[in-house]
Design a protein around this ligand. Structure first.
Ligand code: BES
Ligand code: ZN
Ligand code: ZN
Length: 481
């Protein structure tokens, strides 16, 4: 999809559809005069009232270059947020694609966030059907043009990079486990970094052995696919005044069978999305390379396949992590924390001052928060608030979860420093308490995205499948530092 930004008069735009936002009150000043009577009649008859997501289409209006004028309802103007604009534009794109509209122009006034609008268009245009020979889905738009006052151009340009970063992550998440192995994910990371002008390093199994990443290696040993540890570095041209160095860490399990503690067959196919955290980190880095925040950011993606092969680790095995802590593997399906702890230790040793990880870590977070909010866990209020602020600013929902000391008492074993699972209950919190032990004194936030990284049913603005969360939060966190 081609994206464009213009500041000319909306009525002069050549497109299959010109979209005008319509709040429930008086008509938008951007509405071409030729469509004014039509709009008044719609409101009069209550056929179209400007309710959020409502659409009305007028064909071949006079004095308008576009072949259609589309009214898109925003709901009451004072309740219309950038998050709603993002979703509304996504919904418009999906609705009009269904009608085989190939090019859209959207008229915005100064009060609208052109960045959120183009993000919504790019996200709405994503279809998870790359591997379908005959596309049954909604197809793809050829072009989307935002028409807005010139000073919205910078926000628009940022939105293009953010939308593409998010869709890059969604493409990775969507790829099945046979095609996207740890080796392939590493190659994708390298290709992205090369194209974006970032430095990328991939540690192989031998290197991880030398370093002593016994926790990560234990998970990978049941698979014929070798593990990889992907590191992507962004460095600002000008040294920032603070000494902050942000590490973004993402769980990269390309397929999670559970290992010897094998998962039931039902819905196991979904476990291809167990690398959504890693994909989000890589998608964010692609945008960060273009947007150039003032602080250094390094991405760490430990990637493995969790399989029950003959060399697989057994329940009861005890591994030694890079940190030196020993871990009793009571359940091989709690593998995310086993690969993340080695990545956290590595990032800290490289000088990271702030750790933020994203992981499809627990089924328990799906029970607690459903598909609405990601769970946020932290050992530091300042960093937690920074991440919550970035999430709120970009329309990604997160909810902070408790981390009382008592939960730590649920993680005990007589045989090693830590077991990899807790006693019954609070499964997402004990998982976070496990990770917290490896953050030591470093400020750290953990996002459990098991419920929010994958949509089981399409939304009006988003296809079924990978959501790309929390790419926008990561980008905003770096940009707003
Ligand atoms: N990848 C899963 C978590 C998950 C579950 C993600 C459902 C998305 C949807 C993780 O590796 C896992 O299996 N966790 C176990 C932990 C348990 C053994 C303590 C779980 O949540 O059941
Ligand atoms: Zn698992
Ligand atoms: Zn997993």
């Amino acid at each position: 999809m081609k994206t464009g930004f213009v500041s000319s008069a909306p009525a002069a735009l050549d497109a299959a559809a010109l979209v005008i936002l319509d709040a429930e009150g008086p008509a938008s000043p951007l509405l071409p005069p030729a469509a004014a009577a039509w709009r008044a009649e719609l409101h009069e008859s209550k056929e179209f009232t400007g309710k959020l997501y409502d659409l009305a289409i007028l064909h071949r209006p006079e004095g308008v270059a576009a072949r259609r004028v589309v009214l898109a309802g925003t709901g009451p103007a004072d309740k219309f947020t950038p998050a709603k604009l993002r979703n509304l534009v996504g919904a418009v794109v999906r609705k009009l694609k269904e009608k085989s509209v190939s090019s859209i122009a959207l008229a915005l006034d100064a009060g609208h966030d052109a960045g959120a609008a183009i993000e919504g268009a790019i996200l709405g245009n994503f279809e998870p059907d790359r591997l379908k020979s005959k596309k049954e889905g909604l197809g793809s738009l050829e072009s989307f043009t935002v028409c807005a006052p010139e000073d919205a151009r910078a926000a628009f340009d940022r939105g293009v990079h953010i939308g593409h970063g998010q869709n890059f992550a969604r493409d990775l998440v969507n790829e099945p486990g046979n095609l996207l192995t740890p080796t392939v994910l590493a190659a994708r990371g390298q290709a992205m970094a090369a194209a974006a002008g970032l430095e990328c390093e991939v540690l192989d199994r031998d290197r991880m052995r030398q370093l002593g990443m016994g926790s990560l290696l234990g998970v990978s040993q049941g698979s014929a696919e070798p593990p990889a540890f992907i590191i992507v570095r962004y460095r600002p041209a000008q040294a920032a005044p603070s000494n902050a160095h942000l590490a973004l860490i993402g769980k990269g399990v390309t397929f999670d069978t559970g290992g010897i503690s094998i998962k039931p067959a039902e819905s196991m196919e979904k476990m291809k999305y167990d690398m959504a955290g890693g994909a989000a980190v890589l998608g964010a880095m692609q945008a960060i390379a273009a947007l150039k925040p003032a602080i250094p950011v390094t991405a760490y993606v430990p990637t493995v396949e969790n399989m029950p092969g003959s060399r697989a680790q057994r329940p009861g095995d005890i591994v030694t992590s890079l940190s030196g802590k020993t871990i009793e593997v009571l359940n091989t399906d709690a593998e995310g924390r086993l690969i993340l702890n080695d990545a956290m230790t590595y990032a800290r040793r490289e000088g990271a001052t702030h750790l933020v990880d994203a992981a499809t870590l627990t089924g328990a977070i799906v029970i607690a928060l459903g598909g609405v909010n990601a769970g946020l866990f932290a050992n530091n209020d300042d960093l937690a608030n920074r991440v919550l602020g970035a999430a709120a600013a970009t329309g990604e929902k997160m909810w902070r979860m408790p981390m009382d000391d008592e939960y730590k008492d649920m993680l005990k074993t007589p045989f090693a420093d830590l077991p990899n699972i807790g006693t019954r209950g609070a499964g997402s919190i004990t998982a976070a308490k496990f990770l917290e032990a490896f953050a030591e004194e470093t400020p750290w936030v953990h996002l459990d995205i098991a419920g929010t990284a994958w949509l089981d049913e399409a939304k009006p603005y988003l296809a079924k499948g990978p959501t790309g969360l929390p790419v926008r939060t990561f980008i905003q966190l770096a940009m707003g530092w």
